[in-house]
Design a protein. Structure first.
Ligand code: BES
Ligand code: MN
Ligand code: MN
Length: 456
C-alpha cells in the first residue's frame, strides 16, 4: 500500500512531473552519433542534478564514451536494497520528415507526449525519481534503500557498463533490480517481462574494383559487389523465414509447454496489430504463433543496406563496394559469440572469387530468462496492481537490454524486475515515439508501491 498522503502529493504534482519530463526530452542525447556527444553529456548532467536535488548521494562517472550516473539514498541498515536502472540515451530520430512534431520538441497530443525517448527510456525510468521525491517529501526518507544507475550507452550495446559494474560490484550490491525499459502487453494490460532475447549485430562489407566502373566497358569482366552482397544476404534465410546458417538452431531452448499455453491465453489481437503496422499479413517461422516468434524464437534481419547509385535518373556503373547491417535475435541457450562465429564461417564459405568480403561484429547481448518464483516478483506484481489497478500478465520480450546479463554475470543478481509502463505501439526507435501520460503517472505510483511492497 502507498500511504494516502503520498498519493495526494503525487496527484497535486502531476503537471510539474510532466513539465520536468518535457525538459528532459528536449535534450537530443543520441548515443550512437558522435556529433551529439555534448548533448549526451548534458542529459547525464540533467539526471545527475535531479538525483542530487532529491537529496541522494549522486556521482557522475566518465567512461570512454558516455557518462554513467549513480546515486544512493541514505543507508537504512535493516532494510532491503533495490537497484533501479535506466538509460538516458536515445536512438537517432530519423527519418525526420515523418515526425508530426519535431523529435526533440516534445508535444502533448491526446494524452500522449510525443518525443524521441519519451517511452524508451527517459519517461519510464523518470517515474522512479518522482516516486522517491513524493515519498521523501512526506516521510523524510524511503521505506527501503534505493540505488540508482542510469547509463548513456544502452542503445549502443552498453560497451562501458561491464567494467563499471565490475569495479563497483560491492557498492552496487542489491536484493533486487528494477528496470522499466520494456512495455505493457498492450496499453491497458500491464506486464512483467521475465525473458529477453539476445542479439548478434554484424556488418558485411563487400569490396570489388577500386572505383565505380563504366558498366558497358567493364560489365562481364568483374564481380558486381551489390550482386555478391544480395546473394549472400539471400542465402542467410530460407524462404519460410528459417535461418540457413548450419548449427544456428543447435542450442535453442524450446519454449516450455506452460509458456506456450500462457502465451496462447493472452488476448492478442492480430488484426489490430496488422492494421497498426500497415501489413497485410504477419509472417515468420512455421510452427510457432506470432507471439512465440517475436519472443521465444530466434530471427535474422537485414537492418540496412547500401551501395551503388540510388540518386535521380540512371547511371550505368558497376559499384566498387556494397554493405549491409545484419542482426540476429537470440534465445536461450544460444551464445552471441558462437552465433557470430557461425555467421562468419557461413559468409566466408559462400564468398565468390573477385571480391573481398569483411564481416565486422558491432555489438551483442545474451538472451535471458528470469525465475518468476521469487518474493520480489510477487512484490512487483502487487506494486503494478496498486499502480495500474490491474494485475500484470507475464511476458517474454523480443528486445534486448545488455545490463540484464551483466547483472547476472557480474553481480550475481537473479532478482531482476522488468516492469514496463510503455506500450508496444509507443513507436520506440520509430518516428513519432510517444508515451501515454496516464501510464507515466501509473508508473510513478507503481514505483512507489514497489518500494513499500519490498519493505515488508
Ligand atoms: N528498451 C529496449 C529493449 C526492449 C525493447 C525491451 C522491447 C523490451 C521490449 C532497449 O532500449 C533497446 O532498444 N535495446 C536494444 C539493444 C541493443 C542496442 C544492444 C535492442 O533491443 O535493439
Ligand atoms: Mn530502452
Ligand atoms: Mn531502445
Amino acid at each position: 500500500m502507498i500511504p494516502p498522503i503520498i498519493l495526494d502529493k503525487m496527484e497535486s504534482n502531476r503537471n510539474r512531473y510532466v513539465d520536468e519530463l518535457l525538459s528532459f526530452l528536449k535534450i537530443p542525447s543520441v548515443s550512437t552519433l558522435s556529433h551529439h556527444g555534448a548533448d549526451v553529456r548534458r542529459a547525464a548532467e540533467w539526471v545527475f542534478n535531479s538525483l542530487k536535488r532529491l537529496g541522494l548521494q549522486a556521482s557522475l562517472h566518465q567512461t570512454e564514451r558516455h557518462p554513467i550516473v549513480y546515486a544512493e539514498s541514505p543507508p537504512l541498515p535493516d532494510k532491503p536494497t533495490l537497484l533501479v536502472y535506466g538509460h538516458y540515451d536515445v536512438q537517432p530520430p530519423d527519418p525526420l520528415d515523418e515526425w508530426v512534431s519535431p523529435p526533440f520538441t516534445p508535444q502533448i497530443r491526446d494524452g500522449y507526449v510525443y518525443a524521441r525517448g519519451a517511452s524508451d527510456d527517459k519517461g519510464q525510468f523518470y517515474t522512479y525519481l518522482k516516486a522517491m521525491e513524493a515519498i521523501m517529501a512526506v516521510e523524510g526518507g524511503l521505506p527501503i534503500n534505493v540505488k540508482v544507475l542510469v547509463e548513456g550507452e544502452e542503445e549502443i550495446g552498453s560497451p562501458n557498463l561491464g567494467p563499471f559494474l565490475r569495479e563497483n560490484a560491492a557498492i552496487l550490491k542489491a536484493d533486487a533490480v528494477a528496470i522499466s525499459d520494456s512495455s505493457q502487453f498492450v496499453q491497458g494490460v500491464p506486464a512483467i517481462t521475465y525473458g529477453l532475447r539476445g542479439l548478434s549485430y554484424l556488418q558485411i562489407d563487400v569490396q570489388g574494383p577500386r572505383f565505380d566502373l563504366h558498366s558497358g566497358s567493364f560489365g562481364g569482366m568483374v564481380q558486381n559487389p551489390i550482386m555478391v552482397l544480395t546473394n549472400l544476404l539471400a542465402a542467410l534465410r530460407h524462404p519460410d523465414s528459417t535461418i540457413a546458417i548450419p548449427g544456428f538452431y543447435d542450442d535453442t531452448l524450446e519454449p516450455a509447454a506452460w509458456e506456450r499455453d500462457e502465451m496462447a491465453s493472452l488476448q492478442f489481437d492480430e488484426g489490430r496489430l496488422r492494421e497498426y503496422l500497415g501489413v497485410s499479413e504477419l509472417v515468420g517461422e512455421p510452427g510457432y504463433s506470432p507471439l512465440e516468434r517475436k519472443s521465444a524464437r530466434p530471427t535474422l534481419d537485414v537492418n540496412g543496406i547500401w551501395g551503388g547509385f540510388s540518386g535521380e535518373g540512371a547511371k550505368t556503373i558497376i559499384p566498387a563496394r556494397a554493405g549491409a547491417k545484419v542482426s540476429m535475435r537470440l534465445v536461450p541457450n544460444q551464445k552471441a559469440a558462437r552465433i557470430n562465429a557461425l555467421f562468419r564461417a557461413f559468409i566466408e564459405g559462400l564468398t565468390p572469387p573477385g571480391v573481398e568480403v569483411r564481416v565486422t561484429e558491432l555489438h551483442g547481448a545474451e538472451p535471458v530468462l528470469i525465475s518468476r518464483d521469487q518474493p520480489s516478483v510477487k512484490a512487483a506484481e502487487r506494486a503494478i496492481e496498486i499502480g495500474f489497478g490491474k494485475a500484470p500478465v507475464f511476458i517474454r520480450e523480443g528486445g534486448s537490454i545488455p545490463i540484464v546479463n551483466l547483472l547476472a554475470e557480474i553481480l550475481g543478481s537473479d532478482s531482476i524486475l522488468m516492469m514496463g509502463w510503455g506500450s508496444p505501439d509507443d513507436g520506440a526507435h520509430s518516428p513519432n515515439e510517444r508515451f501515454f501520460l496516464d501510464d507515466f503517472h501509473r508508473g510513478i505510483r507503481s514505483a512507489a508501491a514497489l518500494f513499500y511492497e519490498l519493505s515488508k
